[in-house]
Ligand binder design. Structure first.
Ligand SMILES: Nc1nc2c(ncn2[C@@H]2O[C@H](COP(=O)(O)OP(=O)(O)O)[C@@H](O)[C@H]2O)c(=O)[nH]1
Ligand SMILES: [Mg+2]
Ligand SMILES: [Zn+2]
Length: 298
């Protein structure tokens, strides 16, 4: 390696991407200051939460020269491309609310992404102040039976009970838009949220909606990522076996079908179909799995 090059890499500052705007990134350095950064050349996509090495390029500005190893990567994918949501997340928090109506299929996809990516998950039912909340909570009973933790709260009133679930984790809040993700984050980290919102607005040509993920610190080992509303959550990056395995309650039945390469669609002797008929697996969950499989075939 030429001596000049070595010197340059020694001068890199360690940082973490706390917000991303297309090809521009807000990188927080270890002293808490932030740099408005670009990447050099056409390197692969970076995500909020990524640990990076940055070279200062001007006042308040930098160039991302190095991408650190990722512990986890949360992303969705369709036939043509992958869309990164956040990196180094340890826990996914799926936020739902009684209004607007939430889609169970999206919850299933988020949970499957978490299972596949080695992240734990938690469901938050927000807007418990609304009259429709009780019914919504009942409809989540299925997830509790599956072993997922559910926290019911009203972000407008009190989010403190959520703290115990977040401590020590880097949590990504995901879900449809309008569920209250940003309200929860603002309630948890009001000062950080305002500060990042201001910097972001300046970098993001004044747009005020959450169009990109943002990371906030709730403590030295507790971080939370607000993400833009999801409408779609494709899981094309999971092969068939991985997809079935990402539905936790399917696991005991896998490998028990008549055909070794069973897709669990309409094959005879399918152990998952049988488990569903016997009431051991929810029809809605199996249908979510089948829908995901159909999507990749089309
Ligand atoms: N009634 C009620 N409304 C809420 C609550 N939390 C958030 N909202 C409202 O729901 C709407 C969407 O909230 P927002 O945080 O932007 O949702 P996001 O798209 O998931 O980030 C806003 O009008 C909030 O004021 C809550 O606990 N109760
Ligand atoms: Mg939001
Ligand atoms: Zn089968």
């Amino acid at each position: 390696m030429p001596p000049g090059k070595k010197k340059a890499s020694l001068a890199l500052l360690d940082g973490q991407i706390v917000a991303s705007f297309g090809r521009r990134y807000l990188v927080e350095l270890q002293d808490g200051t932030t740099l408005d950064c670009v990447t050099r050349g056409r390197r692969g996509a970076l995500a909020c939460g990524d640990r990076v090495g940055v070279a200062r390029s001007g006042p308040g500005q930098g160039v991302i020269e190095k991408l650190g190893a990722r512990d986890t990567l949360l992303y969705r994918s369709d036939r043509v491309r992958q869309k990164l949501i956040a990196a180094n997340v340890t826990q996914i928090v799926v936020v739902v609310a009684p209004v607007p109506t939430f889609h169970e299929d999206l919850i299933n996809r988020c949970l499957a992404a978490a299972e596949h990516g080695g992240m734990s998950s938690l469901i938050v039912l927000n807007k418990m102040d609304l009259p429709q909340a009780k019914r919504a909570l009942k409809s989540l009973a299925l997830y509790e039976q599956l072993g997922y933790r559910i926290v019911a709260l009203s972000a407008k009133r009190d989010v403190s009970q959520l703290l115990a679930f977040l401590r020590g984790e880097t949590s990504a809040l995901v879900g449809q838009s309008g569920m209250g993700k940003s309200t929860i984050v603002n309630a948890l980290a009001p000062e950080a949220a305002v500060r990042i919102a201001e910097i972001s607005a300046a970098l993001d040509s004044g747009r005020h909606t959450t169009t990109h993920a943002r990371l906030y610190h709730l403590g030295h080992d507790t971080h939370i990522i607000d993400s833009p509303g999801l409408q779609e959550f494709g899981l094309h990056h999971l092969d068939m076996g991985e997809l079935a395995d990402a539905f936790v309650e399917f696991r005991p039945w896998l490998g028990r079908c008549r055909f070794r390469d069973c897709h669990h669609m309409s094959e005879p002797g399918c152990a998952l179909t049988a488990a569903c008929v016997a009431g051991k697996i929810s029809e809605r969950r199996l249908e979510s799995y089948r829908q995901l499989l159909r999507e990749r075939a089309s």
